[in-house]
Design a protein around this ligand. Structure first.
Ligand SMILES: Cc1cc2nc3c(=O)[nH]c(=O)nc-3n(C[C@H](O)[C@H](O)[C@H](O)COP(=O)(O)OP(=O)(O)OC[C@H]3O[C@@H](n4cnc5c(N)ncnc54)[C@H](O)[C@@H]3O)c2cc1C
Ligand code: SF4
Length: 328
């Protein structure tokens, strides 16, 4: 590990000020960053510990929730308002990692966890444009079973590994940010980037910008929401495909719907074409399959991950079917 200095931020202003040091990075629970530092894939000169800041979940007057960036993944999943009003979020979080990791991991850190592409970690032997821009991408002609089917580029085919972020994408979550230039917000769906020709730039964050909170809008249909994760092992494995979905049926028609996909792209993938194909339709397996296909028509599978297209279709149909049965 490369030497670094460590300081615990006293408050948001202190964190933002300390982040101006050359080579500074924020530290949440450390469950991803410290691993990457051990592998020397990350070499921060200074760590600004923000795990003691904003650990509150606040009820908003309009029925939404404001979740501090340092809230642990466990505390968020267990919060009564989340369990009852946004069950998709609880399910997504508990589908990830292990209880011990979820106890340490923070909301802010979860958004910024880095890809699990094995070529990214192999800095002795593999070319990776994310690690070193311009180097090439050994995954494209390599073993790409876990990689992207949507939104990839000739530079990078990695997927974003977070389960929590897939649920947040479906829930219209908003990310609150703070820097020396002031505060701003971004929709979660605009926070992460597609790889394009700069896969090393993964989000719209400016250097030194701090995530302070995530806001969930009041979303009554989210009371009937679910998360399905398909993976190689039933625990401690990242998603091959995951689906976050919420569905509201009125008078036998789909009044409103949210669908987001994980394991398919460099960012949590909001399935806007699936949603548009479903609004106003009568719920049925055929309608769900056609809506899934509307999204997956854009899929560009690679040599080893063609199975993901069919798996995504089936998982979307299963998730929406589960929500329909709840309302029968
Ligand atoms: C064995 C293992 C299995 C896992 N399995 C899963 C899984 O199945 N599904 C899943 O979703 N996740 C999984 N994870 C990942 C885990 O969810 C992440 O490691 C965790 O969410 C990261 O949170 P953290 O607070 O520890 O982040 P840290 O490691 O502290 O930080 C991660 C990044 O976020 C930045 N950061 C932290 N807080 C802020 C902030 N407030 N503002 C700006 N930047 C910030 C840091 O600078 C760093 O770049 C797994 C992890 C491990 C080790
Ligand atoms: S897919 Fe992306 S992260 Fe993986 S080797 Fe290629 S450039 Fe690197």
């Amino acid at each position: 590990m490369t030497p670094f200095v460590y300081a615990r931020a006293a408050d948001t202003a202190d964190a933002v000020r300390r982040a101006r040091q050359p080579g500074a990075k924020f530290l949440g629970g450390g469950t991803n960053l410290v691993d990457l530092m051990r592998e020397t894939l990350e070499r921060p000169a200074a760590l600004v510990d923000v795990s003691g800041l904003s650990r509150e979940i606040v009820e908003l007057e309009d029925g939404g929730l404001r979740i501090g960036a340092a809230v642990s993944n466990t505390a968020l999943a267990e919060h009564p308002a989340v369990r009852t009003r946004y069950p998709v979020l609880t399910r997504a979080i508990v589908a990830g990692a292990s209880a011990q990791i979820r106890n340490m991991a923070t909301v802010g850190g979860n958004l910024l966890q880095r890809t699990r592409c094995s070529y990214f970690y192999d800095d002795d032997g593999s070319a990776c444009n994310k690690r070193q821009p311009g180097q090439g991408c050994d995954a494209i002609d390599g073993f790409n079973r876990m990689h992207a089917i949507l939104g990839a580029s000739d530079s990078c085919i990695a997927v974003h590994p977070s389960d929590m972020c897939v649920a947040l994408a479906a829930l219209d979550a908003v990310v609150h940010l703070e820097s020396g230039a002031g505060a701003r917000t971004l929709a979660l769906t605009d926070f992460h980037r597609l790889p394009g020709d700069r896969p090393d730039i993964e989000t719209m964050l400016e250097p030194g910008e701090l995530i302070t909170a995530i806001e969930l809008p009041a979303l009554p249909l989210a009371r009937r929401s679910t998360y399905r994760k398909v993976r190689d092992r039933s625990s401690y494995a990242f998603a091959l495909i995951s689906v976050a979905a919420a569905l509201e049926i009125e008078d036998g028609r789909i009044k409103d719907v949210r669908v987001a996909l994980g394991g398919v792209a460099h960012k949590p993938w909001r399935a806007a074409k699936t949603e548009a194909a479903l609004r106003g339709r009568a719920p049925s397996e055929a309608a769900f399959a056609a809506a899934a296909e509307a999204e997956l028509a854009d899929a560009r599978p690679l040599e080893h991950n063609g199975f993901k297209v069919e798996l995504a279709r089936r998982t979307i149909v299963a998730a929406l079917g589960e929500l329909t049965d709840m309302q029968a």
